[in-house]
Design a protein around this ligand. Structure first.
Ligand code: A3P
Length: 277
């Protein structure tokens, strides 16, 4: 990313922004050739909602339940990897994406692959995303807080609009192959999260294994190990790990603006209620 301008770091594909180094257009064009499997473990999250946290949890669950040795270095995002690379991975594969459900390869829905969908209240998501833009060299860092705020609200950020993602998943919440969890629920009771997630994917774990996975997946525990798993960028991916950091960043006007948009887009929906902050 060295020497690249902010404009070069991001590009538009089908009306949505993507980081050009991580998601080359050739990879996005070939996404639909990915063949989903029934026993894939699919993780879906809008950026900064807790994706890497759940990658850690799911790797431990799959490792414990099946004995499969899980790769802990490569992010399992389908938009970062060539389809033929994914093909070599034996089941159960851990796959993930930040892509809007309408653009997830159809074969995942045809095969009824189980998907864990993670959401986080939009204010903390925005704050986390802002810091990520500032500190991740593959993303543009030149935007002020004010500019980033308005870009987030209009969906002009990597992977598109938070609200479009939330509205699309809200419609699929009754699908038996989809489990929606929130960052806030997981912070509240991680053992319960681990227990429910492993059950959802059909993995049998003892209560002792559940507790052990939860203890190994706290923010502190993951941050400590994160420089290995995140190529020296641990502190960028594991920044603060708290609920409510928006209060240190939002102006009262920005908070009000977010409340208005949230209301207009998600009020009265179950996902909206789950994300009430
Ligand atoms: P903050 O920037 O608010 O700290 P993603 O993995 O989707 O990019 O999300 C990143 C956010 O999840 C960051 O939020 C990060 O600190 C937080 N996070 C990562 N691991 C976590 C954990 N084990 N517990 C709580 N939060 C975690």
């Amino acid at each position: 990313a060295e020497g690249m301008s902010d404009e070069e770091k991001i590009f538009t594909y089908n009306g949505v922004l993507y980081p050009s180094i991580m998601c080359p257009e050739e990879t996005l064009k070939r996404l639909d050739s990915i063949q989903a499997r029934e026993d894939d473990v699919m993780l879906v999250a809008y950026p900064k909602c807790g994706f890497n946290w759940m990658v850690g949890v799911l790797r431990k669950i799959i490792g414990e339940a099946t004995g499969k040795k899980m790769d802990s270095k490569t992010p399992p995002l389908i938009e970062f990897s060539a389809p033929e690379y994914l093909k070599q991975d034996p089941s159960p594969r851990l796959l993930g994406t930040h892509i809007h459900p309408d653009n997830i390869p159809a074969s995942f829905f045809e095969k009824k692959t189980k998907m864990l969908v993670v959401f986080r209240n939009p204010k903390d998501t925005l704050v986390s995303f802002y810091h990520f833009y500032q500190n991740n060299p593959v993303l543009p860092s030149g935007q002020s807080w004010e500019t980033f705020f308005s870009n987030f609200m209009s969906g002009e950020v990597a992977w598109g609009s938070y609200f479009e993602h939330a509205k699309a998943w809200e419609k699929r919440m009754d699908d038996p192959n989809i489990m929606v969890v929130t960052y806030e629920e997981l912070k509240e009771d991680l053992s319960m999260g681990v227990r429910n997630i492993s059950r959802f994917f059909g993995f049998q774990l003892t209560e002792e294994q559940v507790q052990q996975i939860a203890e190994g997946s706290t923010f502190r525990a993951m941050r400590e190990k994160s420089n290995d798993s995140h190529a020296g960028m641990g502190k960028v991916f594991f920044r603060k790990g708290e609920v409510g950091d928006w209060k240190n960043n939002f102006t009262p006007e920005q908070s009000q603006k977010m409340d208005e948009v949230f209301k207009a887009e998600l009020e009265g929906t179950r996902l909206g209620a789950k994300l009430n902050y």
